[in-house]
Design a protein. Structure first.
Length: 98
């Protein structure tokens, strides 16, 4: 499971780094799609802890589409991931130096 999640975050980081080549809105939507689909296909809990994962997609898609900057995008996508109620699933900006 760990390699799959690691791959997901490497892939997402690559998408975000390409933001200067593509429109910001487009990169946010593409990244959102990758994150949502990857978790949908590989998440260890098939019930998503009782969360309706499709409803989460439908709820966050328009918000992600309207994101105007990286901070807003990361806040929204992490808000969706936090709904899974697990501390180890989040998206970190590639430039974060925590």
């Amino acid at each position: 499971m760990k390699p799959k999640i690691s791959f997901l975050f490497v892939a997402v980081s690559m998408f975000v780094e390409l933001a200067s080549c593509w429109g910001q809105s487009n990169i946010y939507l593409n990244t959102f799609e990758v994150v949502w689909k990857r978790l949908n296909e590989t998440y260890y809990d098939l019930t998503f802890g009782g969360l309706n994962w499709k409803d989460a997609y439908d709820s966050y898609l328009p918000q992600i589409s309207a994101a105007e900057n990286d901070e807003e995008f990361y806040r929204l996508i992490n808000r969706m991931l936090w709904e899974l109620k697990v501390s180890h699933v989040n998206l970190v900006h590639p430039g974060y130096r925590g």
